[in-house]
Write a protein that binds this ligand. Sequence first.
Ligand SMILES: Cc1cc2nc3c(=O)[nH]c(=O)nc-3n(C[C@H](O)[C@H](O)[C@H](O)COP(=O)(O)O)c2cc1C
Length: 203
Amino acid sequence: MNKKIIVLIVGVLVIGLIGVILLNSKSNDNETLNNNFEERNNNLEKNEDKKVAVIYFSASGTTKSMAEIINKKINSDLIEIVPKEKYTNADLNWNDSNSRTSIECNDASSRPEIANTINVDAYDVIFLGYPIWWGDVPHIILTFMDTYKLDGKTIIPFCTSGGTGIGGSINTLKKYNKNVNWLDGKRLSNESDVDSFLNNLNY
Ligand SMILES: Cc1cc2nc3c(=O)[nH]c(=O)nc-3n(C[C@H](O)[C@H](O)[C@H](O)COP(=O)(O)O)c2cc1C
């Protein structure tokens, strides 16, 4: 056979081989891409399946406004824990050792009554909001914990305060119900706090 023809045949074979290798790697890439998309869609569907509520207690409106911002951003259900007896300004006076809140906070067994019924069974994930009172949760939050079966649910605490962090109240909550899947909580002051809170959560 002519030398030129042999070179031509070998050349065609090499080009063909390179083509086959390239096609094969492309289809592997597509497969990986498809798998990634599938995984992402599954995760999204999982989150969409979860029913989420923002449940909060607020005596003077600050925690309520943070709860409203969270609710607007995640499109959940917003539910207030309403005290049977509304807290007056005198009740909230922490400088008065005989005020209602001072008495409640000093009495470990106090469980202020809740006026409304909350359908917690409808939710898998609960954002639980409250103001810090004397470094801790207001006892009406413990009434909420006593009233409803929360075992197995994911609860994400958040609080507002004059400056005290959320840590002490989270210790109380975690000790109070060890069967809840407690996620990291955060003290919130404004919308950008809410944004970073939500961005760092995985529920
Ligand atoms: C009885 C009482 C005790 C409080 N104790 C604290 C405290 O220990 N640390 C703090 O930073 N703020 C404290 N605060 C301030 C509240 O946490 C803060 O004003 C909160 O944002 C009020 O939320 P609300 O408007 O939703 O009720 C206290 C307020 C009250 C009424």
